[in-house]
Design a protein around this ligand. Structure first.
Ligand code: HEM
Length: 141
């Protein structure tokens, strides 16, 4: 559970992302596929050009889901339930991929926000994204 201070850090960063979900999301995916090539096997249908329409669309969907989670930090399980069913039961994404996505998320934020991305914000986002990943992977059991 995030503290009030951590929630504030998460919301502050989200304010900087909101409205740019497609661009931030596409960069997140490109970093993921490049740094951890095994993740690309789940996305054979996506190209790897930063302005490719399908990459932007999927990036936007992922970031919009993160935006929903930002609005529901105290009720992640309920808010993300359909997405958890999809990842665990339909897509069967190996949970080992989630820490890799989280690492790329931090780098994506740092590269865009630079000095605005404080260590406290990184710590809060790490905790928040880990909570999201726990919810998206726990239905395997
Ligand atoms: C689909 C979010 C992590 C693989 C999706 C969708 C969303 C989403 C919103 C679209 C759902 C729909 O169309 O109804 C997230 C979030 C994640 C996450 C918020 C973590 C914070 C991952 C990871 C992988 C992955 C780590 C694998 C490396 C997929 C695949 C699809 C998908 C293969 C289907 C893509 C398609 O049909 O084109 N995800 N995801 N996801 N996700 Fe995730």
């Amino acid at each position: 559970m995030l503290s009030a201070q951590e929630r504030a850090h998460v919301a502050q960063v989200w304010d900087l992302i909101a409205g740019h979900e497609a661009a931030f999301g596409a960069e997140l995916l490109l970093r993921l596929f490049t740094v951890y090539p095994s993740t690309k096997t789940y996305f054979k249908h996506l190209g790897v050009c930063p302005d490719e329409a399908q990459l932007l669309t999927h990036g936007q969907r992922v970031l919009e889901a993160v935006g929903v989670a930002v609005q529901h930090t105290d009720h992640l399980r309920a808010a993300l339930s359909p997405l958890a069913d999809l990842h665990a039961q339909v897509l069967r994404v190996d949970p080992a991929n989630f820490p890799q996505l989280i690492q790329c998320f931090h780098v994506m934020l740092a590269s865009h926000l630079q000095g605005e991305f404080t260590v406290q914000m990184q710590a809060a986002w790490d905790k928040f994204l880990t909570e999201v990943a726990v919810v998206l992977t726990e239905k395997y059991r």
